[in-house]
Design a binder for this molecule. Sequence first.
Ligand SMILES: Nc1ncnc2c1ncn2[C@@H]1O[C@H](COP(=O)(O)OP(=O)(O)OP(=O)(O)O)[C@@H](O)[C@H]1O
Ligand SMILES: [Mg+2]
Length: 418
Amino acid sequence: MTAQPPPDGTAPSPWEGHIDAQLLDVVRRRVLSQAGPVTELQLAAAVRESGRLLGAAGSLLAMERISAELNGLGPLQGLVKDPAVTDIFVNAPDSVWQDRGAGPQKVAVRFGNETELRALAVRLVASGGRRLDESSPCVDVKLAAGYRIHAVLPPISTKGTLLSIRIKRRTVFSLEQMVDAGGVEPLFAQLLAALMKRRLNFLISGATGAGKTTLLSALLGLCPATERLVLIEDAAELEPDHPHAVTLEARHENAEGAGAVDLAELVRQALRMNPGRLIVGECRGAEVRELLMAMNTGHSGGGGTIHANSARDVPARLAALGALAAMTPEAVFLQGASALDVVIHLSRANGKRIVAELAVVQLEKGRLEVVPALTLHPELGPVRGAAWTGLAARLKLADKFDGAAPLSGGAGHHGYLP
Ligand SMILES: Nc1ncnc2c1ncn2[C@@H]1O[C@H](COP(=O)(O)OP(=O)(O)OP(=O)(O)O)[C@@H](O)[C@H]1O
Ligand SMILES: [Mg+2]
C-alpha cells in the first residue's frame, strides 16, 4: 500500500504512525529517573525493558524520538533530517511550517499542547546560555548543533509561544557552484570576482533568508590566501573557504546584565588586528558607524550584509542604523558615499535565490543614492543601468569588456578572478 498524503495537503510527519505515545511515556520516565545525561545505551535499555516488541527498526525510531525530545529539537527533530529544510517555524502547537527553498510549507508535525511547545522553547534557549521567561520574552540564540533559535512568549506574541529556527547547513557554496546552480548569472559572477580583486567596499542587501550570508562566504572564498580576513558576527555563520580567516563573535549580556561585547566594540578591536579585510557579517545596529569609519580610514575591501528589500532602500536602512549610533542622516550619507562602492542585491524568484542587481553608491545633492549598474531582467537577462560606466570605471574594466571573457585564470586563492 502506498502512503497517501494528508488530506489538507501538508507534508507528512517523519515520525507519524510509527510510535505510540504510551511507549514514549514509559521510556521517557525510565530514562529520566536516572541521573546524568541521557546516552544511547540508556535509551536502548529503556526501550528493551519496556517489554514491547518493536523490532530493530521500531526500537531505533523510538530511541531517536526520545533522544530528540531530551537533547535536540523535540518533535521537530525529524524535519531536520531532510537536508533541503533550512527553516522551521512554529506558530502554534498544531501549526508547524518548514522552508525547503520554496517558501514556508505546513507540515503535519504537531505538539501535544502549548505547554510542550513552551517547554521546548525554554529548553532550547537555556541550552544556548540565555533565559526565556516573562522578563525576557524575546530571545535569539545560536546552538552548537548549528541551529539559530528565535523564540517569543506571550503576551508579546499575541497567542502562544512562537519559534523560528534557522538550520545551518554545512554546505559552503563557491561562486562557481552558485553560477552552475543558476543563482548567479556568469556576467554577475565576473563582476563580483572583479569587485573582490579590486578590493572595493561593498554591502550585500536582500530580505530575510535571501542568501546574503551564503554569498558573502562565497565572495570571501575568492580572496587571495595572503589576505587576512577578520570577520565580525553577531552569531558566527560565515565559513569562507579561506586559509586565513578569524572570527570575533559578539556576546550578549548575562542574566545579571553584564559582560556584553557588542559589534561596534568588535570592529574597534578588529582594527587593531591588522585586518587585510574587515567584514561585518550583518550590519544591524550602531556598529554601522564604526564600519563606515573603518572603510573611510584606508581599510579597503571591506563588506557586510544588510537587510533591505531593494538596493535603492539601502540608504534609508543605513540612515536608520546610523540613528542608533546618534548619527544624523546627513552624516551617514556623507560617510556612506565615501566609504561604500557597491551594493549587491539578492532576491528570491520562483524559490531560487538570485543575484538580482549590482548598484553603485553615489552622493547626489547631499543624498546617498544607490544607482543600478546591472540588473537581472526576468526575460532579457542582465541589463545595464545608469551607473554601468561608473561601475566599469571602479572595477577598472577594459574598454572592450563585453562580459564574454572566460571566468577562470588570473590571481587569487581559487584562480577565479577575471
Ligand atoms: N544560492 C543558494 N543555493 C542554495 N541554497 C542557498 C543559497 N543561498 C542561500 N542558501 C540557503 O538558504 C538559507 C538562507 O541563506 P542565508 O543565511 O545566506 O540568508 P541570509 O539572507 O543571510 O539570511 P538572514 O536574513 O537570516 O541573515 C541557508 O540555509 C542557505 O544554505
Ligand atoms: Mg545572514
